[in-house]
Write a protein that binds this ligand. Structure first.
Ligand SMILES: [Zn+2]
Length: 260
């Protein structure tokens, strides 16, 4: 009986060991299965994110190459400043304001899926050129080298007539007229004070082989405009209107079948 019991116990023990082994195998299998499920899940999450980002960034500015060009701030090889820009009575400098504006614009363009290049920025503040014309030619040639969809020049205005104020847009070549018009209309609609849209022969325009416009964000010679130009919220407001105008322009071009 004892022998029988021992046999049964041995069989039971064997079965128990087998069960433990099986349990281990199943646990391992479950673990591998769980890992595979996780990997699959991550894969689907990544695909979902990719499709979502493609959807979010598929606006008219998506994939566009934009050169954001904060004007001025060039030095010659002797270290002399050759391209100051204008300044207000209280010494607010155009070359600083246009960096603020360009950063705001750059951020907005990126959010719209565009590719951005700056001709200068806060870290690379000074450009090097022997004259203002040579500098402006180099900026235009940089835009050409990137085959940009838009060369966007950012400036502030100045006038001896202190009452002059508002935003203006300059353009020169025919390929830029439509962009200037669309953006200008959008600015007018927003209620921001405007100062006009002008065709003007400038070196930066002459050498540009890509569509190019210059936006004067306001007059540093006008006290009210100066206040506005120092107000980041106001700069964001105009910049958003400009980006909307550009979205509208590129959407119209797409509808007209100029690009796919
Ligand atoms: Zn300027």
């Amino acid at each position: 009986m004892r022998a029988k019991n021992s046999k049964y116990l041995a069989i039971l023990e064997h079965m128990n060991l087998g069960t433990t082994r099986l349990h281990k195998i199943f646990t391992r299998k479950n673990f591998i299965k769980s890992v595979l499920i996780c990997v699959n899940l991550w894969f689907y999450i990544l695909i979902f994110c990719f499709l979502l980002s493609a959807f979010v960034y598929s606006g008219p500015l998506s994939g566009k190459i934009i050169i954001v060009d904060p004007g001025h701030a060039a030095k010659n090889s002797n270290g002399e400043i050759i391209n100051y820009g204008c300044k207000s009575a209280s010494d607010v400098k155009e070359m600083d304001i246009v960096i603020d504006i360009s950063e705001i614009l750059g951020e907005m363009f990126l959010q719209n899926g565009a590719t951005i290049y700056f001709t200068r920025d806060r870290q690379n503040y000074w450009r090097t050129a022997e004259s203002q014309d040579v500098d402006n030619q180099a900026r235009a040639e940089f835009a050409n080298s990137k085959n940009a969809d838009l060369f966007l020049r950012v400036h502030c205005n100045w006038s001896p007539r202190k009452k002059k104020c508002g935003v203006s847009i300059l353009w020169y070549k025919d390929d830029s007229k439509k962009i200037a018009e669309t953006v200008y209309e959008e600015i007018k609609k927003s209620g921001v004070i405007v100062d006009g849209m002008h065709k003007q022969q400038l070196v930066g325009f002459e050498f540009a082989k890509v569509p190019s416009i210059l936006i004067e964000y306001g007059y540093l010679s006008n006290k009210e405009d100066e206040k506005l130009l120092k107000d980041k919220e106001y700069l964001k407001k105009i910049s958003k209107v400009i980006v909307n105008g550009l979205n509208k322009h590129f959407a119209e071009e797409k509808n007209a079948g100029k690009w796919k």
